[in-house]
Ligand binder design. Structure first.
Ligand SMILES: [Zn+2]
Length: 308
């Protein structure tokens, strides 16, 4: 397989030179598929903010060859997946970045449909600390007492097969790595809530991702240029997907704060997790030099790369 991949890349380099492969964006196929030819593809199941009524919520489906992973599953995600021809029971691997409802509100439906109808457990990438918060503070009330199982209420592991990322020691900030099939993930802490937190250290657990060492996906973060620049220096990033708020204050990066990022960073950054008024900001986003918006039901395709 590696020989085959190298063959493809060498051929590509001969024709086009050693420039980095570029992203192409296409409409998501309908019904959406969970396999592809081996490229890395990212489909936004939604790209809106927590309260958006126009763009669903910011959740991402990653597909690479035979492997797939849904990053976050918000309140409206089961509905958005259904509109793409998928049921939550089709999704075999989940990853949770933090416990706001636009990222986890669909999980009760996933758990109940999987346990009582599909009779399967999905895998979930989650750090041990986030697993405890997710279960004890968010999911348990709707899930633990639906049955008495072996003389006890149900536990998180009765519904899920957790994949715990492995901590990377010596990184600048909390960093952990995991794999889902051949999809490589690095999870790092973000500075999301509360808005008074001075750094990721005193913020409530919230994670962003580097996908296959190629893509930075912030999930939810306040403006944190140190993070973006450090990740861009550490990984050969081809694209950045950054959450974006259209007004100042609050717990997400504000558009005019992101404007201060270096032009080369902005040129490969698509903005996501935006509010319903985003259409009024299209001209400003282009003027600032961003690559544009991440759009729901759009698939961003990254060609097969040489093995790292
Ligand atoms: Zn959030």
């Amino acid at each position: 397989m590696k020989v085959f991949l190298r063959g493809v890349i060498l051929e590509w380099m001969e024709i086009h030179g050693p420039a980095r492969p570029t992203v192409t964006a296409v409409a998501a196929p309908e019904p959406a598929t969970l396999v592809n030819d081996g490229e890395l593809s990212l489909t936004f199941i939604g790209a809106g903010s927590a309260f958006s009524k126009k763009y669903y919520q910011n959740n991402l489906l990653i597909v690479k060859g035979q492997d797939h992973l849904l990053v976050d599953c918000g309140t409206r995600t089961p509905e958005a997946l259904a509109a793409l021809g998928l049921s939550v029971t089709n999704i075999k691997n989940y990853l949770i970045t933090h416990t706001h409802a636009d990222h986890i509100g669909g999980l009760e439906e996933v758990m109940l449909l999987n346990r009582y109808f599909a009779r399967q457990k999905a895998a979930i990438v989650v750090t041990p600390r986030l697993r405890d918060i997710l279960w004890s503070w968010s999911l348990r009330g709707g899930a633990a007492y639906n049955e008495v199982h072996e003389g006890r209420p149900l536990t998180f592991e009765d519904f899920w097969d957790p994949i715990f990322p492995r901590r990377v020691r010596g990184a600048d900030r909390e960093l952990a790595v995991a794999r889902v099939g051949n999809i490589e993930l690095a999870l790092f802490r973000t500075k999301h809530i509360p808005d008074t937190a001075l750094s990721w250290r005193d913020s409530f657990p919230s994670y962003g991702l580097v996908i296959d060492r190629r893509i930075l996906f912030t999930s939810d973060s306040r403006y944190d240029p140190e993070l973006v620049l450090a990740m861009d220096a550490a990984y050969p990033l081809e694209a950045i997907f950054h959450d974006c708020q259209l007004f100042p204050g609050g717990v997400h990066a504000y558009l005019e704060e992101l404007a201060a990022l270096p032009p080369a960073i902005k040129a490969k950054t698509r903005l996501m997790h935006y509010g319903d008024k985003v259409e009024e900001f299209h001209a400003r986003i282009a003027e600032l030099g961003f690559a544009g918006l991440a759009e729901e039901w759009r698939t961003y395709r990254f060609p097969v790369a040489m093995a790292h």
